[in-house]
Design a protein around this ligand. Structure first.
Ligand code: PMP
Length: 350
């Protein structure tokens, strides 16, 4: 080993879902939206002038933060945008989790949390979900350096009501609580209204799922202006120009078209209901989902076997080889046609 190798920061990286080169697959493995972005996005793309790319983008991303603030009835000083919610969450970990006390997040949750904590050397504890994969609120009453969890949780798809979030906030006035609402638009109640009452709450959302723009990389955080300023101070100490020009223009277009947004959500929620019924008929149990994916286990056939056989068939779903969830498949809700092909294949396991 070379001496300088001792100075390398060692991290065990997060492993994103596979993005197959072959376009002929049915991709139900990374919770993307099967429908295109709002029509205004394509219009804006066609009108977009390459000449503007010579110039740096607005470092404050004002057009987008203002559009989001307007949409959610907040002040622009309450909104921070970043390169997908992964970027926003990473920045929030770096900004807000600076205590000697451990931060808390569930043992079964978005696996990026422990990666950021390790990267930034933040101590953490992971209270176990109960036997029904639910968070136990009392586990979050202990002293901590911050709390983060997704609602709905991933990969379980289970939603907690606002009363649960309120309870966590009431018991944690001394630390910052981040609610990761990547999937909230698919049937949950957002914690945004609680921002009026709790100045230690940060709500994080994304354009990747409900707004069909995973490829554009836009995420955002909402919180009291003090939290948002702290996030911006860290951002400007790291990379001033996180948002590129196209993402600022296309992001605003996506926010403008609320009718399309709601229509797409309605389609996915309808297909999700059909999928639960169909998968149940096919011998699966699905957790109650408030997201654009299902967490499903077959009564007799191991998930890993189904996962591999589906993949050979060109149908990609996600399987996590970790304790308690290794017999589950996480299946993104696709179009009705894509789901039909999935059901046809799964019929062999009945
Ligand atoms: N939070 C959760 C719970 C997620 O599942 C994801 C998607 N992998 C993200 C955040 C990040 O999504 P993005 O960076 O595309 O906004």
């Amino acid at each position: 080993m070379k001496p300088w190798e001792n100075y390398i920061r060692r991290v065990e990286p997060y492993v994103p879902g596979e993005q197959p080169k072959n376009k002929n697959v049915i991709k139900l493995n990374t919770n993307e939206n099967p429908y295109p972005p709002a029509p205004g996005v394509e219009k804006a793309r066609k009108a977009f002038s390459d000449d503007s790319l010579r110039l740096y983008p607005d470092p404050a991303a004002s057009s987008l933060t203002e559009a989001l603030a307007d949409y959610y009835g907040l002040a622009p000083e309450q909104v921070f945008v970043g390169v997908g919610s992964d970027d926003v969450l990473a920045m929030a970990f770096l900004t807000f989790f600076n205590s000697e006390k451990p931060i808390l997040f569930p043992d079964i949750t978005y696996s990026f949390y422990s990666v950021w904590a390790d990267l930034f050397r933040i101590p953490y504890e992971r209270p176990a979900l109960d036997a029904d994969f639910r968070m136990v609120k009392e586990d979050y009453y202990q002293p901590n350096g911050g709390i983060v969890f997704p609602n709905p949780n991933a990969p379980t798809s289970l939603l907690e009501p606002l009363s649960f979030i309120r309870d966590i906030l009431d018991h944690n006035q001394e630390s910052i609580v981040i609610v990761d609402e990547a999937y909230i638009d698919f049937g949950g109640e957002s914690a945004i209204p609680l921002l009026k009452e709790y100045d230690n709450l940060l709500v994080v959302q994304t354009f990747s799922k409900s707004r069909s723009m995973a490829g554009m990389r836009i995420g955002y955080a909402m919180g009291n202006p003090l939290l948002i300023k702290a996030l911006n101070d860290v951002k400007y100490s790291y990379n001033s120009y996180t948002m590129n020009r196209p993402s600022l223009v296309f992001g605003v277009e996506a926010v403008k078209d609320d009718a399309y947004f709601k229509e797409t959500l309605g389609k996915i929620i309808k297909t999700r209901q059909e999928a639960i019924e169909k998968l149940t008929e096919l011998g699966f149990t699905c957790l109650e989902s408030a997201s654009n994916f299902l967490f499903a286990a077959h009564k007799t056939v191991p998930a890993e076997k189904i996962f591999k056989e589906l993949k050979e068939e060109g149908i990609f779903v996600r399987h996590f080889n970790s304790a308690r969830i290794d017999n589950y498949l996480r299946i993104t809700i696709g179009t009705p046609e894509e789901m039909e092909k999935l059901y046809q294949f799964l019929a062999r396991y009945q």
